[in-house]
Design a protein around this ligand. Structure first.
Ligand SMILES: [Fe+2]
Length: 327
């Protein structure tokens, strides 16, 4: 029996911490990085569901470019008229680019299943989060298509614009916004016995683009956040105050959507947080991820033309017509 220390939480739950774990997680004297924080995330328009037709995006490159641009602008988009089967859904994702494989596989098609030790594979409520916080390069797009839901209720999908919530946080309390930019966290995915994925470097909740002077990526998932040693008790306290504030704003901005067979939902996993209400019955969903680089490549080329893209490689100047401003 390993020696443990026991902590009683404010809700009276008991946490048991083995000494083997406590040793490596003792705080050290690392100073937190201080960075200049003067940027505003680029929020776009209010969250109202843009929609495109499956037939259009599958058959016409101009429609495909417009679809990708809607995802860029709004953070998400519905696709209507999708044939209600996994094959057509997979082809829809592959119309953008190849599907991003992870330790869970590539294109997925499942009913509630506890084979995978990950909360996404249960029927429980899932609060707003981003996926892949534990990857060095989180997937950029995610698509969901509900194929069927029988013998039960619930399972509505939740979307929150994380950039808009960050803007509100910055206006209400700039110091709280700064906390979520400043402190980088060791994220991880360790649910399966043969896997423990961690990003190459710790990453903050709000990642600021080093060239574009704006936020470009959010990592928000309590289940994936590992213990952090390189901060003081005071810094921890300040960070948790900021995280609580951001969480309150996120909850106030949640938008719930009932997915229907035939309508797929695709969203920007670097900007939008997603979640799901608890459900009963049998529910079959399918979907997949697309990498950032492949999505942005397709978007730039379709919206701006190859010659224009090539002429503006590395052009960080502020210009709406500049293809490099899709990033
Ligand atoms: Fe998720």
């Amino acid at each position: 029996m390993p020696r443990t220390d026991t902590v009683t939480g404010s809700d009276n739950h008991l946490g048991h911490y083995p000494f083997e774990w406590l040793g490596p997680h003792a705080q050290n004297k690392y100073a937190a990085t201080t960075e200049a924080i003067n940027s505003v995330p680029s929020t776009h328009t209010a969250l109202e569901g843009p929609r495109v037709q499956y037939e259009d995006v599958m058959s016409d490159d101009k429609s495909l470019g417009n679809w990708l641009n809607l995802i860029w602008t709004h953070g998400f988009c519905f696709v209507d008229g999708v044939p209600v089967n996994p094959q057509a859904t997979q082809l829809l994702i592959e119309r953008i680019a190849f599907i991003r494989h992870t330790h869970y596989g590539g294109f997925w098609d499942f009913t509630a299943d506890l084979t995978f030790k990950d909360t996404a594979y249960t029927n429980e409520f899932l609060g707003a989060h981003t996926d892949n916080t534990y990857f060095t390069d989180p997937a950029r797009l995610q698509l969901f298509h509900l194929l069927s839901h029988t013998e039960g209720t619930g399972g509505d999908n939740l979307m929150v614009d994380g950039f808009a919530a960050a803007t509100q946080l910055r206006h209400e309390n700039p110091q709280h916004y700064a906390e979520l930019v400043k402190h980088r966290h060791p994220w991880h995915a360790s649910g399966n016995d043969d896997t423990c994925i961690q990003p190459s470097a710790m990453a903050p909740v709000f990642s600021m683009h080093p060239d574009m002077n704006s936020m470009y990526q959010i990592r928000w998932n309590n289940y994936d956040r590992a213990p952090k040693v390189n901060w003081s008790a005071e810094e921890q306290s300040s960070w948790y105050d900021a995280a609580r504030h951001y969480n309150e704003i996120l909850q106030s901005k949640e938008i719930w959507t009932k997915l229907e067979p035939g309508s797929a939902l695709i969203f920007d996993n670097w900007r939008m947080l997603h979640g799901r209400s608890q459900f009963t019955g049998k529910r079959r969903m399918c979907g997949g991820y697309v990498n950032n680089d492949d999505y942005i490549s397709r978007l730039r080329l379709l919206k701006c033309g190859r010659e224009n893209v090539l002429n503006n490689l590395g052009n960080i100047r502020d210009d709406d017509q500049n293809p490099y401003h899709y990033f």
